[in-house]
Design a protein. Structure first.
Length: 140
């Protein structure tokens, strides 16, 4: 599945694929107010409605993210956790890593640079998983 959002200055592309029972969400472009944040939320909501609760967000080709984009990441994380699911981030850029560190969210997300390792991690029973954190006040 691929979805596109175009406006005057940018394009966001979101594709989903299955890998060993995990839904990988490949994102390229901007996650920002009026750009990708709405499409990201809609994509994750649709996957949750279909019962797909083990999600891996591949951010390797995200070129820009703003506070609304960070809010969208927190929002989808919270939505997935409320449904009893797991969400991890894959291949985050230095900019995303810095923003997550500044906002003290770096420790909230499980982050991997290796897709195979992330998929294995998501397939392990969550007996040792961290408890769901309440981020309701942070979600936008």
């Amino acid at each position: 599945m691929f979805a596109f959002h175009n406006n005057k200055s940018s394009t966001i592309k979101i594709g989903t694929r299955q890998a060993d029972g995990i839904t990988v969400i490949d994102i390229s472009g901007r996650i920002a107010l009026g750009d990708g944040e709405v499409l990201l939320r809609e994509t994750v909501d649709n996957l949750l409605r279909k019962g797909q609760k083990k999600l891996l967000l591949n951010l390797a080709e995200v070129t820009y993210i703003d506070s609304s984009g960070i809010g969208a990441l927190v929002g989808v994380y919270t939505a997935v956790r409320k449904q009893g699911g797991e969400l991890q981030l894959l291949k985050i850029t230095n900019r995303v890593r810095n923003l997550l560190q500044i906002t003290k969210l770096l420790t909230v997300f499980v982050i991997s640079d290796n897709e195979d390792e992330a998929i294995r991690s998501l397939n392990v029973e969550s007996a040792t998983a961290l408890p769901a954190m309440s981020l309701a006040g942070l979600a936008g």
